[in-house]
Write a protein that binds this ligand. Structure first.
Ligand code: CMC
Length: 431
């Protein structure tokens, strides 16, 4: 992957041992100091909790400039892709590196349709989960279990099949996890429908009743999937890479990514945003009081859907979603109290010194939950929707990691802070 080794060096002087560290730059000019020889030359390691300043890989997939609010997949701005593209087109772009030709997209769409069903035995697998199981761990377990159905050796054609199967079966698995949680029979995929429409059909149709998919809903779901499709080295993507670096297979690595995404500071935030808006409403709609609590270090509350490790300016996905939110709700004729509270919250927070000085802006999760709610997606499925969208990004990053000659098993170091060596105390001598 092209990075440029510059003539610059970073000079470090540690314990009287001067060291020149090479400097590399990426295609957008971002700079990395290569510390891979640091421990060998000085005995010291770097210390960077949360890896906020650690470049773990070279990647040619997604570019983010958090200061300017820029997000591009393979060089294409998210604003253009979200307006002109479709989710399957974006999935191809992320995975293959280029926009598909008409023939390639038609072939890929057909291949995905061919693989939408899951093995009949899978139904029994779902029966093992408690009825009130959250769909996210069910999805993680189900995707991990795909590895038991497809145990082919990891050759390029088999990996290609696994990629197609994952993209094709994820909506089926996601809808099964929901149907199980409400005690309804699973609905088979309907391959005459598009990707998003088919998912909505499997979610909302029953054997007794057809579900007429509203094209406005299907388009909104497609947009949401595009906006979530990749986001470079975030927590779940890094998890996929870490797990895959041990040569764990694609299904196992993606299952780990789903688990990482579930957390409330990551993909789980979209569910938490709606719960927060409902809480504010239930407590009388006093937005300012909630903002005060989010600022108070003694209070655990955070303004969910605000802040980002990388964006220190507007998250461009949130800007697109805010507009889409108003449009979708307007088209569907829905008046949303949650949207009203969200807009008030955003207004107050953006003028507040705390949020300004901490550079906290709405992120992708702030408005996505409101659209999901308007589309009739149940709250516990919000993070599953994020999973559907993020899947091609995880796959693309896993493939890139596997083909990168620099990939080594991920194995960070630590600064040990425990007890130094001491003698074993026999049970009889313990207090
Ligand atoms: N509300 C109030 N204060 C906040 C918030 C928030 N949402 N986010 C960050 N802060 C404060 C935090 O208390 C800390 O203050 P101080 O420096 O005075 O101690 C400072 O801002 C830095 O916070 P941090 O937790 O060190 O920042 P981080 O980069 O580790 O965390 C984050 C990023 C997204 C986890 C965090 O902003 C957050 O918890 N946001 C709410 C959850 C959320 O919306 N997550 C979705 C992220 S976007 C979708 C995705 O990619 O997953």
């Amino acid at each position: 992957m092209p990075t440029t080794l510059t003539s610059d060096v970073a000079n470090l002087d540690y314990a009287g041992k001067p060291l020149s560290l090479p400097v590399i730059t990426g295609s957008e000019g971002e700079v990395g100091i290569d510390i891979s020889q640091l421990r060998a030359k000085t005995g010291a390691i770097t210390f960077d909790p949360g890896f906020g300043n650690t470049g773990a890989c070279r990647s040619a997939i997604t570019f983010i400039d958090g200061e300017k609010g820029i997000l591009r997949y393979r060089g294409y701005p998210i604003e253009e892709l979200s307006e002109k593209s479709t989710f399957l087109e974006v999935a191809w772009l992320l995975i293959k590196g280029e926009l598909p030709t008409g023939g390639q997209l038609a072939g890929f769409t057909d291949a995905v349709k061919h693989h939408t069903m899951v093995h009949q035995d899978f139904g029994r697998f779902f029966e093992g989960f408690p009825k009130d199981a959250h769909p996210m761990p069910v999805c993680a377990a189900a995707v991990g279990a795909l590895a038991t159905f497809y145990q082919d050796p990891e050759t390029p054609p088999h990996v290609e099949d696994s990629v197609t199967r994952l993209i094709a079966k994820m909506p089926t698995i996601a809808s099964y996890s929901y149907k199980h949680s409400i005690g309804q029979p699973f609905m088979y995929p309907k391959n005459s429908l598009g990707y998003a429409s088919n998912f909505l059909h499997m979610m909302f149709a029953t054997p007794c009743e057809e579900f007429e998919v509203n094209p406005v809903l299907a388009k909104a779901v497609d947009l949401l999937l595009i906006l979530h499709a990749d986001h470079e080295q975030n927590c779940s993507t890094s998890t996929v890479r870490v797990v895959g670096s041990s040569r764990a297979n694609l299904f196992a690595s993606i299952a780990a990514g789903i688990s990482a995404l579930w957390g409330s500071l990551h993909g789980g935030a979209n569910q938490q945003v709606i719960e927060m808006l409902d809480q504010i409403e239930a407590e009388g709609g006093d937005v300012q009081t909630f903002v005060n609590r989010a600022k108070d270090k003694k209070d655990n509350s955070r303004l969910m859907g605000f802040g980002h490790r990388v964006y220190k300016n507007f998250d461009p996905r949130a800007t697109i979603l805010k507009k889409a939110c108003t449009e979708v709700l307007g088209t569907l004729g829905i008046k949303s109290r949650q949207l009203e509270i969200a807009m008030k919250l955003e207004d107050i927070a953006l003028k507040d010194d705390y949020f300004i000085s901490h550079r906290l802006y709405p992120n992708v999760d702030f408005y996505s939950g409101i659209i999901y709610k308007a589309l009739g997606i149940p709250v516990n499925m919000f993070t599953v929707m994020f999973t559907l969208g993020r899947l091609p990004g995880w796959i693309a990053q896993w493939l890139e990691m596997r083909s990168d000659p620099d990939t080594r098993i991920v194995r960070p170091r630590q600064i040990y802070t425990g007890a130094t060596q001491r003698a074993y105390v026999p049970m009889s001598a313990r207090p």
